[in-house]
Design a protein around this ligand. Structure first.
Ligand SMILES: NC(=O)c1ccc[n+]([C@@H]2O[C@H](COP(=O)([O-])OP(=O)(O)OC[C@H]3O[C@@H](n4cnc5c(N)ncnc54)[C@H](OP(=O)(O)O)[C@@H]3O)[C@@H](O)[C@H]2O)c1
Length: 297
């Protein structure tokens, strides 16, 4: 697996550590740098994995607007190099992409065959990464995920908890709708997928893009309200969360107004379902706030 302390990378390390059947090697940037293709080939030749998993990416959505070269170098060229190095070893690659490949104009959930029309540099770099990975390795599983959160790393849940502790009211965008996805759930599904696709188990219908996202769609404000309520239930402050429009909170990168992802293919091809938001968010808040509900009584 390539990626050091990223949300999905760290969750994958945790998931693999809990499974005695997996020999897992995680290569951080000091060992495998997506900007140094030779480092990728060397690490794979040394370890000889059954499956290569690549959650490393340039993920700074707004910063990418002013650093397009860096975003494309990592998300397109680096992704291609990883997929190509896996192909040279004769093994499949699992790659991650984003809901931000869509423009958000669709009503309802996006399916994998919907046209991709990214609205940002980050989205375009990830779309080109999808194409590059597919071209470089016929055995590719591209998992498009969305609104990723975890008990660690930089994410919306941690930001809301910090702001709720600092401010008396919060204002959060209420006209963007998406599916929050818990990184440990992504990791559990990815480990299951890796087991399915390794060696002689590979089937051609595994190849392509598959959406891997939480089953519940919310707006950012709706998500914030659930986070604040969950924190309050664990002894935190009750803070009102006011709705605002995207136009009230301008950002360098444009984001899709709707990026709900249908996970019907995840269920039909891989037989997987992710947990409801309430369960995953509870798990995240328990880990973050380190107060188990049962311990309070
Ligand atoms: N976060 C989201 O909301 C979201 C939504 C949809 C899709 N995704 C996709 O899901 C995947 C995982 O995202 P995440 O949230 O886990 O990302 P993350 O927490 O931002 O972690 C990204 C990781 O990539 C590593 N990385 C960046 N440049 C690298 C390079 N040149 N060589 C090696 N490693 C490099 C970073 O290493 P350093 O720590 O050394 O910088 C970091 O560990 C990505 O493909 C992302 O595009 C994320």
């Amino acid at each position: 697996m390539i990626g050091g302390e990223g949300q999905v990378a760290r969750s994958l390390r945790e998931a693999a550590a809990g499974d005695a059947g997996i020999v897992f090697r995680c290569s951080g940037r000091s060992e495998v740098d997506l900007l140094q293709p030779s480092s990728i080939g060397k690490a794979l030749a040394d370890f000889r994995p059954d499956v290569v998993i690549n959650p490393a990416a340039y993920t700074a959505v707004d910063k990418a607007e002013s650093e397009p070269d860096a975003a494309f170098a990592i998300n397109r060229d680096g992704a291609r190099a990883v997929a190509g190095a896996a192909a040279e070893q004769g093994v499949p690659v699992v790659h991650f992409s984003t809901d931000y490949v869509f423009d958000g104009r669709k009503t309802g959930a996006y399916v994998e065959t919907d046209p991709v029309v990214p609205r940002s540099v980050y989205g375009r770099s990830k779309r080109d990464g999808e194409l590059a990975v597919a071209e470089a390795n016929p055995r590719h599983v591209i998992l498009r995920t969305s609104w990723v959160y975890a008990p660690f790393g930089s994410n919306f849940v941690r930001t809301m908890l910090r702001l709720a502790a600092e401010r008396d009211r919060l204002s959060v965008v209420d006209d963007q709708m998406g599916c929050p996805t818990y990184a440990p759930d992504i990791a559990a599904a990815t480990v299951a997928i890796a087991a399915k696709i390794r060696g002689a188990n590979w089937r051609d219908d595994y190849a392509g893009v598959t959406h891997l996202a939480g089953p519940d769609a919310v707006t950012w404000r709706g998500f914030a309200r659930q986070i604040v309520a969950g924190a309050a239930a664990r002894g935190g402050r009750v803070v009102p969360v006011d709705p605002i429009l995207t136009s009230d909170y301008p950002t360098p990168a444009a984001r899709p107004a709707n990026s709900q992802l249908s996970t019907a293919r995840l269920a039909s091809v891989f037989g997987l379902h992710l947990r409801p938001l309430t369960l995953s968010l509870n798990d995240c808040l328990d880990r973050l706030l380190q107060i188990r509900m049962g311990e309070r009584h």
